[in-house]
Design a protein. Structure first.
Length: 252
């Protein structure tokens, strides 16, 4: 048990150190991420609220939460395909669990999300929502989202290490997945096309975090689907780690 806590603490330390090193000698530091998110929210909010003929007081808060979550999810997915290749020297020279490296990627996106949460708070102050106690559901929602990001990083990490063409393939698919995910819109707005959301795992992740921040309780079915994905995903990641873990140093 102590070894597990040690590796978790080590993953957090490296994730935080990577953030500090990346923005060393920078004036704004990691808040450049916040500035980029603000620009995205303002630009997309002004344009798409007109295109969708939606009130900005309703559209911009939903867009902000969706965009911040999308940045964390997409950052983890695209980064996971090369997560082991980037740590090749560590894997080849030091005996370390592969899941610790995946967890480091998850913590990096967690740090990014914490910084970007400032934008969400600011937008909710400008456009207040009737939140109430439903906001407390954000915590289990985020826990479930990052648990799914964890097993995805582990699985895609192995696939990306084995097949190097997988990285550009995922990078090419992410812009398409952005428009298929409820970032610029909400699933309920799709009407008869809501099958797009039902078949998209990311849609469920966004809904169980965004809905509480907008004052509504997510559907029980959304939680059940996410929990089922979490269990199935961890079983897959565990099998892959045990079955292919010994080959990882040769693949990278």
């Amino acid at each position: 048990m102590s070894a597990i806590f040690h590796n978790v603490a080590l993953a957090w330390y490296f994730a935080w150190s990577d953030m500090r090193a990346r923005y060393k000698r920078s004036v704004l530091g990691p808040f450049w991420l916040v500035l980029g998110t603000v620009i995205g929210v303002v630009g997309l909010g002004l344009v798409w609220s007109v295109l969708l003929n939606t009130e900005r007081s309703e559209f911009i808060p939903a867009l902000t939460v969706g965009l911040v979550l999308w940045q964390a999810i997409s950052g983890a997915i695209t980064g996971s395909t090369t997560v082991f290749a980037r740590s090749a020297s560590v894997i080849k020279n030091i005996k370390t669990p592969s899941w610790r490296i995946s967890l480091e990627l998850v913590f990096q996106q967690t740090v990014n999300l914490i910084h970007n949460f400032v934008v969400i708070v600011f937008v909710l102050l400008v456009y207040p929502q009737d939140i109430g106690f439903a906001a407390l559901l954000v915590i289990p929602g985020l826990v479930l989202v990052f648990m799914n990001i964890f097993w995805i990083a582990q699985v895609l990490g192995f696939v990306g290490a084995r097949y190097r063409d997988f990285d550009p393939l995922v990078s090419a698919l992410m812009p398409i997945l952005f428009f298929l995910s409820p970032v610029l819109y909400q699933s309920r707005q799709l009407g008869s096309l809501d099958v797009i959301s039902k078949l998209n795992p990311i849609a469920y992740w966004i809904e169980i975090v965004r809905n509480p921040l907008l004052g509504s309780v997510p559907a029980l079915s959304d939680y059940l689907v996410v929990v089922a994905m979490t269990i199935a995903g961890f079983l897959l990641a565990t099998w892959m780690t045990r079955a292919r873990g010994h080959r990882l140093p040769y693949w990278i």
